[in-house]
Design a protein around this ligand. Structure first.
Ligand SMILES: Cc1cc2nc3c(=O)[nH]c(=O)nc-3n(C[C@H](O)[C@H](O)[C@H](O)COP(=O)(O)O)c2cc1C
Length: 342
């Protein structure tokens, strides 16, 4: 029988590329055991295992983290993000919907429910807006906002560092925890609390895990950093505090904090769902952190989603489908190499 010509080319390439293909043992990824014996390949289009999260079913444990809205290209980006969430069965958080509290000019940037079908979809406001609405008695405006967007609930972003760095930032007049408690007490819709790129320490996480929240999103240190972003927008203001942008907690550290809290016997845990986000570069990193988190978790990305969703929808589709394929492969052939992070 004739030899397949592509196999001849392949064999030649193997010989040519052998030297280039050497990888030093020091580069080995120590996070996983590789077990080639027990799985079959995912078939084309077959993703990872479905996950129950926020009371709904996700086709993959992947979350589109809160970003934009209320400006030129945001509508196109948001529509791509929402279409992707709908098509691939993911969850999505909107970027800050603050402008909608005073004007409907950009309502269509955020009006994305039809693209998502029944997938989890959350509105988003900063802690300062929540504080002000509660103090001036306009909470009903937030209720209307969530209902008009047909959102499942609201994400409150905690960003005291960012607001402080921003010349036009809103300064808080009381602690975020007091505001969150009052918002929980209103019992209007499910609430998620997140940071925006510096993460949270163990005391904040313990306080949040004790409360009746739907989930906590890390917004950890190690990726997009809003204190740094505000510094980049300014020339001189607060330059002397540059080092403040270096404060925070990575997603890996935060998984450790969460696990320590689960291991304490003396506290009541009311929130056990986590969106592990902030500096997550790829599916393998997400898979690793979810493996180790003792709570029910998915992983979230902002910057990586933004880069992929700026152009044509087909590019974003490609980005999502390769992440899902990567996750499916990881599920079949990798197991965690160590125990849970403590
Ligand atoms: C362009 C952009 C806009 C963002 N806007 C918001 C926002 O309005 N509300 C919010 O909660 N987080 C916002 N974030 C923060 C992200 O949700 C996320 O917490 C942070 O970027 C860290 O994730 P990453 O490292 O994957 O980018 C924004 C991020 C980006 C990149």
């Amino acid at each position: 029988m004739d030899q397949d010509p592509s196999s001849i080319e392949r064999k030649l390439a193997h010989i040519d590329l052998t030297v280039e293909a050497q990888i030093s043992s020091v580069l080995k990824d120590k996070r996983f055991n590789y077990e080639p014996l027990f799985g079959s390949h995912p078939t084309p289009g077959e993703g990872p295992t479905k996950k129950t999260f926020l009371g709904k079913t996700l086709s993959a444990p992947l979350w589109i983290s809160s970003m934009t809205g209320g400006t030129g290209p945001a509508r196109h980006i948001n529509q791509n993000l929402a279409r992707g969430a709908g098509e691939f069965g993911l969850g999505m958080g909107l970027g800050s919907c603050r402008s909608l509290l005073s004007s409907d000019e950009f309502f269509s940037d955020f009006d994305l429910r039809e693209h998502l079908g029944d997938q989890p979809f959350y509105a988003n406001l900063g802690i300062a807006q929540i504080e002000q609405s509660l103090l001036n008695g306009s909470w009903d405006k937030i209720e209307k906002l969530v209902s008009r967007l047909k959102a499942d609930g609201l994400i409150i972003h905690l960003n005291p560092m960012q607001e402080w760095f921003q010349p036009e930032g809103d300064l808080l007049v009381r602690s975020p925890l007091e505001t969150i408690d009052q918002a929980i007490h209103k019992n209007s819709f499910p609430l998620i609390v997140k940071e925006v790129g510096q993460g949270m320490g163990p005391k904040s996480l313990e306080a949040l895990m004790g409360r009746k929240l739907e989930a906590i999103e890390f917004g950890a240190f190690g990726g997009t950093n809003f204190s740094r972003l505000e510094q980049l927008r300014q020339s001189e203001d607060k330059k002397g505090f540059r080092e403040m942008a270096l404060i925070g907690h990575t997603a890996e550290e935060m998984v450790g904090f969460v696990n320590n809290i689960f291991n304490k016997n003396d506290i009541e845990i009311n929130c056990q769902q986590f969106i592990i986000s902030g500096g997550i570069q790829n599916a393998l990193q997400g898979h690793h952190l979810m493996n180790r988190c003792m709570g029910n978790s998915v992983y979230g990305q902002a910057k990586a989603m933004l880069m992929a969703a700026k152009g044509e929808y087909s590019e974003f589709r490609e980005f999502l489908s390769s992440q899902l394929e990567g996750l499916a492969m990881a599920e079949r052939y990798l197991t965690p190499s160590e125990g849970k992070i403590q």
